[in-house]
Design a protein around this ligand. Structure first.
Ligand code: ARG
Length: 458
């Protein structure tokens, strides 16, 4: 067991299992690069402010760089009794360069140190998420461009509603992701802030330069209040929320993919590479990737709730409860990154069953609104037209027909102004192309939408 960095005022050692409970090294070792980066900035500033000598700063920085190299080569083992990544590295540094290593912590506390690490880490991860979302959006766009003319049933209440373009349907997910991306981008304002130099809570008596460490670490701004700097975890809650909502969107898309790839729908065929089999039923091909993404929303939402509850009622400033901010965030980030990559691969490699989709819309009543609209073109009030069509649909159900199979005589009995152009009017392709309102599913409107998307992606 190593001697505690804070051991001075203690006369008894904690038992091993207490150390184990207290420690965060098992998970905060994830922050080693950020921790060393923060320490190097701090040591650089300490020398520039003549709080330590240039030579001491140099020794500290070289020592830290060596530690990182050795860690990357698997040559460092951490000690649970040293609690966390911060104390493990400091201990290793002092072991290597002697007393000078003990000067690194001048004018600093683990409270601003851990906050700095987490800000650096979250910033880099969110920037990566933004790239992954953009890449997935580009894949969605490619599929959409290939299927502007592919017609499928559009649903409300999971009942066939009106025919739509496959491109229009799938581009809805582009827009959801675009809002997600903009939330992540906006959150960077609150993530990209330097807490370094706040020390334990009240600042420090040394003539440190917080603006210098801010700029060395590439932060856009710094906390104006040292207590806020060490106690703010809002940006973690916000990131967990943004992750959770993106996962909710992915789960909606996943649910559609699961339904679309069922034998009942058969709208798409997933590539074998993104499907799995059954250990008992030889015929099975399961959409496990989509199901996993749908399922993983449980954990990301759980992490968000957990963080909110951890912060509730916490007094200022740092409290050890805050150590609980890490595992949930790390896991949520890992989950979303994995889900985005998998989803992109799944969408890139799936086949859209164009002909089957066409047959599907030929065999339903999703052109019923169109028949009502046809009557409106003959100056029949929409409400009356709705009633007439409702009766025709009922007649079809009773006679095992769809609207395109109804004989002209029956139509004319329903309304004398119906002519034989009704049979081209009611084709699903015509239902889609007649939709001309801005943002609608009509091919021209979808092309306009794609233009907007391309401008946005640029
Ligand atoms: N491991 C701690 C955490 O993650 C670091 C800060 C500890 N500070 C303290 N005063 N005990 O929150």
């Amino acid at each position: 067991m190593s001697e505690k960095a804070w051991g001075g005022r203690f006369s008894e050692q904690p038992e091993d299992w207490v150390d184990e409970f207290n420690a965060s090294i098992h998970f905060d070792k994830t922050l080693i690069k950020q921790d060393i980066q923060g320490s190097i900035a701090h040591a650089t500033m300490l020398a520039n402010q003549e709080i330590i000598t240039a030579d001491e700063s140099k020794q500290i920085i070289e020592g830290l760089n060596d530690i990182l190299q050795d860690y990357l080569n698997n040559q460092i083992t951490f000690d649970v009794s040293l609690e966390d990544i911060h104390l493990n590295i400091e201990h290793e540094l002092i072991k290597r360069i002697g007393d000078t290593g003990g000067k690194l912590h001048t004018g600093r506390s683990r409270n601003d140190q851990v906050a700095t690490d987490m800000h650096l880490y979250t910033k880099a991860e969110v920037e990566q998420l933004i790239k992954l979302i953009t890449s997935f959006q580009t894949s969605i766009l490619t599929v959409a461009e290939n299927h502007i003319d592919t017609i499928m049933p559009g649903y409300t209440h999971l009942q066939r509603a009106q025919p739509i373009s496959f491109a229009h349907h799938i581009l809805t997910y582009y827009w959801m992701l675009s809002r997600d991306k903009s939330r992540f981008e906006d959150s960077l304002k609150r993530i990209d802030i330097s807490p370094l130099g706040a020390a334990a809570l009240s600042g420090t008596t040394y003539p440190i330069d917080r603006h210098e460490t801010q700029s060395l670490l590439g932060f856009s701004s710094l906390y104006e209040n040292s207590m806020d700097a060490v106690s703010d975890r809002d940006y973690i809650v916000e990131t967990l929320h943004n992750i959770s909502l993106t996962m909710v969107h992915l789960s909606r898309f996943a649910e559609e993919i699961i339904f679309w790839s069922s034998a009942e729908a058969n709208f798409v065929t997933l590539s074998d590479a993104f499907s799995t089999g059954s250990s008992i039923m030889p015929q099975k091909k399961n959409p496990d990737m989509a199901e996993l993404i749908r399922g993983k929303v449980g954990r990301t939402t759980g992490h968000l709730m957990s963080m909110l509850m951890t912060l509730k009622g916490l007094p200022l400033a740092y409290n050890k409860d805050m150590q609980e901010d890490k595992e949930g965030l790390f896991d949520a980030l890992h989950t979303l990154k994995g889900s985005l990559r998998i989803f992109e691969g799944m969408v890139d490699s799936m086949t859209v069953n164009v002909e089957h989709l066409q047959q599907t819309v030929n065999n339903d009543f999703s052109n019923a609104t169109e028949l009502a609209d046809y009557l409106v073109t003959k100056d029949v009030p929409f409400r009356t037209a709705h009633e007439i069509v409702g009766k025709l649909v009922l007649w079809c159900i009773q006679n095992n027909k769809y609207l395109l199979d109804v004989p002209l005589s029956k139509y004319q009995e329903a309304h004398p102004l119906i002519e034989d152009d009704i049979f081209t009017f009611l084709t699903p392709a015509n239902c889609v192309s007649r939709r001309i309102s801005y943002g609608s599913t009509g091919q021209e409107a979808v092309k306009q939408q794609i233009k907007q998307i391309k401008a946005q992606l640029k």
